[in-house]
Design a protein around this ligand. Structure first.
Ligand SMILES: NC(=O)c1ccc[n+]([C@@H]2O[C@H](COP(=O)([O-])OP(=O)(O)OC[C@H]3O[C@@H](n4cnc5c(N)ncnc54)[C@H](OP(=O)(O)O)[C@@H]3O)[C@@H](O)[C@H]2O)c1
Length: 369
């Protein structure tokens, strides 16, 4: 690529905003050209405004950038958004109406009928929903969302099984890392040596998002997604882990499956292999054969934090099969997921609503959704 595409980050100083900066630092197609956060940060140098929490060093160039007001004027046309849902609800449509492609992490519009909720490996075929958004016709702008950080790992593990055997019931219990609550998140006095068996609205999000993600385009009544008709129940817990959400799942299938058949479904699940997207892991769902894996500290960075690790596959005495899964909540569960969505949109020629693409020479296979 002769010149990278300039992208902006809304909510750049937060936990997910920082991950965007880290993951975009050496990205072959995108370059951070604009950063915005709240009035508390705007006008300051990013290095002064953000309390950098990642092990990777804050890039010098970014540290010197000035944090802009969170307004569409002067922003690039590609925006990664990492805002709290309440703020996103008001702000993201403003950027979409101003002609921006808004790739969002928040829950504000995930369940909206005309907003795609997408994991590229799972439901790239939901992306045409952007054409149902009024802003798309008016200014070219639109919103695309990625799922809740727990739903994403679960759905990636379920999709290959659902495709081959069908799923009727899902029970899942999560053990979610503290970084999932943003910074500073849960008070140390509440979480050290403790488990908190409640995360506000998380169980509802997991249940509704999982079924939308595994849903299919409806044939009647215009373009909309018909959620998967499975019964699902989630328990969500906060645990004293820094990064990496662990989940224990039990599933009932529509058709019987042998252990080797489920392992083969995971191993052969490589739907993006031909697209060569820079952030797509080679093996999206990796099986760990050891009896005590996956573990957050040992497995969260598989596939550069973009792979989901599954393990402990065994028969379930109540439903059919049970297993444990793990995903990195701020990479695969947030910033990395949004970047992969942007890469997919770019490969489809839909990323830059109003920007010029003539300076971009990277050959990317056109996918059909
Ligand atoms: N953490 C995760 O694992 C995770 C995973 C998936 C999805 N998400 C979602 O991603 C979003 C961001 O999460 P986070 O963990 O990064 O939160 P966070 O650490 O609390 O960061 C929030 C960001 O929003 C900015 N902000 C606050 N008020 C604003 C305003 N009025 N206008 C513009 N910017 C404003 C903050 O800027 P200041 O620094 O200036 O206050 C900060 O940059 C949330 O919707 C969250 O649910 C998080």
């Amino acid at each position: 690529m002769s010149q990278k595409l300039s992208v902006g980050i809304l909510g750049a100083t937060g936990m997910v905003g920082q991950r965007f900066i880290q993951l975009l630092e050496h990205h072959p197609w995108f370059e951070v050209g604009w950063l915005a956060a709240s009035d508390r940060s705007s006008g300051k140098a990013y290095g002064d405004a953000a309390k950098w929490r990642l092990e990777a060093r804050l890039p010098e160039r970014v540290a010197r950038m000035t944090v802009s007001p969170a307004e569409p004027a002067g922003a690039p046309k590609i925006i990664f958004a990492a805002l709290d849902a309440g703020i996103a609800r008001e702000m993201e449509p403003r950027f979409a109406n101003a002609g921006c492609a808004v790739i969002s992490n928040s829950s504000a519009f995930r369940m909206a009928a005309n907003v795609p909720l997408v994991i590229p490996e799972v439901n790239a075929d939901h992306l045409p929903l952007i054409e149902e958004q009024p802003s798309r016709a008016e200014t070219g702008g639109y919103m695309v969302t990625n799922p809740n950080c727990s739903a994403i790992g679960l759905v990636m593990a379920l999709k290959p099984i659902e495709e081959r055997f069908g799923i009727e019931q899902i029970l899942v219990t999560t053990m979610q890392a503290v970084s999932g609550a943003g910074y500073p998140g849960v008070a140390s006095m509440d979480i050290l040596g403790n488990v908190v068996p409640y995360i506000g609205s998380e169980e509802e999000k997991m249940e509704s998002e999982t079924l939308k993600l595994l849903g299919r385009k409806s044939d009647g009544g215009g373009w909309h997604v018909e959620p998967l008709t499975a019964r699902m129940s989630a328990h969500c817990n906060r645990v004293a882990v820094e990064d990496g959400h662990t989940e224990c799942a039990s599933i009932k299938l529509k058709r019987p499956a042998k252990r080797e058949e489920i392992l083969a479904a995971w191993a052969e699940f490589k739907p993006l292999a031909d697209l060569k997207l820079p952030s797509a892991p080679e093996q999206p769902v990796e099986f760990a054969p050891q009896e005590d894996r996956p573990q957050p500290r040992l497995d969260r960075n598989r596939g550069d934090g973009m792979a989901v690790t599954v393990g402990r596959l065994r028969p379930c005495n109540v439903l059919d099969w049970k297993f444990t899964l793990l995903s990195h909540n701020t990479i695969r569960g947030a910033a990395g997921a949004a970047i992969l969505n942007a890469e997919l949109l770019y490969s489809l020629g839909k990323l830059e609503p109003r920007a010029h693409r003539s300076d971009v020479v990277t050959p990317v296979a056109a996918a059909h959704v």
